[in-house]
Ligand binder design. Sequence first.
Ligand code: IPM
Ligand code: MG
Length: 349
Amino acid sequence: MPLIAVLAGDGIGPEVTAEARRVLEALDLGLDFEDGLVGGAGYRGAGHPLPPATLELAKRADGVLFGAVGDPACDALERSMRPEQAILGLRKALGLFANLRPAKLFEGLEDASALRAEVAREIDLVILRELTGDVYFGEKGIRTTAAGLRQGYDVMAYDEAEVRRIATVGFEMAKRRKGVLHSVDKANVLETSQLWRDVVSEIAADYPEVTLIHMYADNAAMQLVRNPGQFDVMVTGNMFGDILSDQASMCAGSIGMLPSAALRQWSDDTGLYEPIHGSAPDIAGQGKANPCAAILSAAMLLRHSLEMPEPADRIEAAVAKAIVGGARTPDLGGSLSTSGMGDAVLAAL
Ligand code: IPM
Ligand code: MG
């Protein structure tokens, strides 16, 4: 029986994850669920944002359904004890270097997008974000300069093997989709990006069927709101991918709609699935959060870790149908509660 580790975490994490789990259970796929403490909840319940038992559960599971981490009450803790370290630690410990963040506009959400409807309608892209390197994982700290000033520093680095493996996933994806790959970097300023660009170009030689377009990150941010329809697969580093995926979400209607998958190989392997939104402490516990991103993340789990594409399709179709039928949480301009939205998706199933 496939085992799903459920790591709901902080803020709205538990609310949205509960709906995703309800949808998975309704499909009767013979899945086993086991809960683990993570984030601020892990710190409070077990003294660490990523308790050893949780890491062990994640390693043992066939897939990890993740909610969100982040808790203002933990902001004063030393960095290694903060909730965010849980997700960074899981990504690193499980080797989940490939982060798929699909962004598409669901029919009916044209008005929720920050863009004009005719521009927003064209969005159907995947941001492929490298997830275990970059400035996120380089040496960092606060030091004192010769002038006696406090100085913060974070080292940005990618080695060629790291770039090669994420770029290869990008080319493979582009090959299966529309045959166009945008690689986003800042090679006009950063050496890390220059190496990124050189390595991606080298790999392009193995994929003559894919058109490779290099784009600077600032231009990509601009193009994403000007004409998002030009993009299909965008491969980029950890930091640029973090920023661009939040931006893409608002182009596609709401950050409450975007799922993600973190993988260590193309498919059929343990992966971690999470909505790209955070813990949203301001609305936590009020039943206002949109569970669609979490529900769509569960669909990605079925597709990528359990090789169950049919139920994955069913979940995605049910979300689309619920939206077309007018189901809307507050972020989408409606008044349904988190569980009300879950009910609408279940009814559409
Ligand atoms: C994301 C989040 C995380 C990140 C945070 C919570 C550490 O913003 O998954 O996009 O920066 O990767
Ligand atoms: Mg983010």
